[in-house]
Design a protein around this ligand. Structure first.
Ligand code: ZN
Length: 503
């Protein structure tokens, strides 16, 4: 089909601009000297704009519409591609390039104001930008053209914002899943806090040199089967991962001087993201659908490796001898059991990114509740810090002492809303597919013997294969045969932590 051919050619060109922009962005976040930052940021913005303008060209739009009309004549993969490009077309059609530029300026300014507010721990410096960002999101949603399938399915603007982040989700459905999760997690947390189990954590802050940390990071990536011909591991200021092109991914890690294990779990997490990219079907690239994975899907895989695998008894058993050999100063007087318990220690804390597996969900549920109220107008921006603190006290029993350890801790609200829920959905998805994996193999024994490739192979077939072809809830249903719910996640936590804490 001639439109399909020309569309693919156009997408190829856009992809090149995006890949180039990503490379520049990677440079900015890793090795770019401070004097070069501003210009590199301009280069990245220039390339992104080029990509955007190509998408707004009349020829491209004509191809998108024409394929949508001939939908019935398309093959399965062509249909997915057509849906993908048409969906984006509907979202962008009414946003002029000037408007798009205006939106991005607001976010740039909001980021700078957030940074300043964070450094000074003063919410007042950020609040104006925050209300501008919310206004932006509302305007953007009002400009979106709805497809016939979507008409009448959104009950609120926040519903649309959620859908932008995790396709197909609505507040009424998420409320149910998150309420169940909240009840289950709160019960587990309360039982843990009442237990008299003592967990030793003193050794976690022992000094480990950068050189040994680097070797540890490489060891962990190798255990997961990270292919160094297709990806590299970089030491940076924070942990993230990026796919540059088909067989070219980058993962980064950082060393926290006060917690040497954070490097291990960052590498597990980011390698999870990278494997998801590298092990997807070849045709996803031929049909330009490889970026259809949602944030929640991606987090599911990353958190699966970080927590379900990485913090499991079997995996710790397998890696512990090597860790002890790598860092004898830190671990010589620590038993395997003590190490396993330490990396699963549960304690309410202020900062989301430092949270343990059990209390993590509560950090997200607090943000979700606040986002809904900010969008409905029920919560005024001025009252946000107090409401944040009140919810932390209510759900976690701790009250932040300042804005920096409270409402200002995350950068997200300088550019996005509806994003936090995808983190918790990721956890919930990961437990859902873990419940199937456990039926298919003896996971503990596979891990104890270090045969991670058996698990990766299973993921490739059962989890990765359809990720770009289905919306998240359908994807999980395809894997588990059940509707998505919080039950697998809550039972996973319950089983694991009942044993650790003897509760
Ligand atoms: Zn992640």
């Amino acid at each position: 089909m001639v439109e399909m051919e020309s569309l693919r050619k156009e997408l190829r060109e856009m992809e090149r601009y995006r890949e180039a922009a990503q490379l520049v962005q990677l440079d900015i976040e890793t090795v770019c000297p401070s004097g070069g930052m501003e210009e590199e940021a301009e280069i990245a913005a220039f390339l992104e704009k080029k990509e955007y303008l190509l998408r707004r060209e009349a020829g491209y739009e004509k191809d998108v519409l024409s394929l949508h009309e001939k939908y019935d004549e398309l093959s399965e993969l062509e249909k997915i591609l057509s849906d993908t490009v048409y969906d984006r077309y509907l979202k962008e059609k009414n946003i002029s390039p000037e408007k798009a530029h205006e939106f991005s300026l607001v976010e740039k300014k909001a980021y700078m104001n957030w940074r300043k507010a964070y450094d000074e721990s003063d919410f007042g410096l950020f609040k104006e930008s925050l209300s501008e960002v919310i206004r932006n999101k509302k305007e953007k949603s009002s400009l979106r053209i709805l497809s016939p399938d979507e008409e009448g399915t959104f009950d609120s603007i926040y519903d649309m914002v959620l859908d932008e982040n995790e396709k197909g989700f609505r507040v009424r459905q998420l409320d149910k899943i998150f309420n169940d999760c909240f009840a289950g997690v709160t019960d587990i947390k309360d039982r843990i806090l009442k237990s008299d189990k003592k967990i030793r954590t003193d050794f976690l802050s022992r000094k480990v040199s950068d050189e040994i940390q680097r070797k540890t990071a490489e060891y962990i990536a190798d255990v997961l089967g990270f292919d160094r011909e297709k990806g590299s591991l970089i030491i940076a200021k924070h942990a993230f991962s990026d796919r540059i092109s088909r067989y070219n991914v980058r993962i980064t890690t950082y060393f926290d001087p006060a917690l040497f294990t954070s490097n291990i779990f960052s590498v597990l997490h980011e390698t999870g993201h990278a494997l998801f990219e590298l092990l997807q079907p070849e045709e996803n690239f031929e049909y330009y659908i490889s970026d259809n994975k949602t944030q929640g899907m991606h987090e599911a895989v990353a958190r699966f490796f970080e927590n379900i695998i990485g913090r499991s008894e079997g995996f710790i058993h397998y890696i512990y001898p090597a860790l002890k050999e790598l860092m004898p100063e830190a671990l010589s007087d620590v038993s395997e059991r003590e190490f396993y318990e330490a990396v699963n220690y549960v304690s309410p804390s202020f900062i989301r990114t430092d949270a343990d597996e059990v209390t993590y969900s509560l950090h997200i549920i607090i943000r979700y509740e606040l986002e809904k109220k900010l969008f409905s107008g029920e919560l005024k921006i001025d009252d946000l810090p107090e409401e944040w603190n009140r919810l932390y006290e209510k759900y976690l029993g701790i009250r932040p002492g300042n804005d920096r350890e409270g409402v200002l801790q995350d950068v997200h609200w300088s550019s996005s809303f509806g994003y936090f829920p995808t983190y918790l959905l990721g956890n919930i998805y990961s437990a859902a597919f873990y419940s199937v994996l456990q039926k298919d193999m003896d996971v503990d024994s596979v891990l104890r013997n270090g045969k991670i490739n058996e698990i990766t192979g299973w993921l490739k077939e059962r989890v990765f294969y359809k990720a770009d072809r289905l919306a998240p809830a359908e994807w999980i249903k395809d894997i588990t045969g059940k509707e998505l719910s919080a039950s697998d996640y809550v039972s996973y936590l319950d089983r694991k932590y009942s044993l650790i804490y003897g509760i």
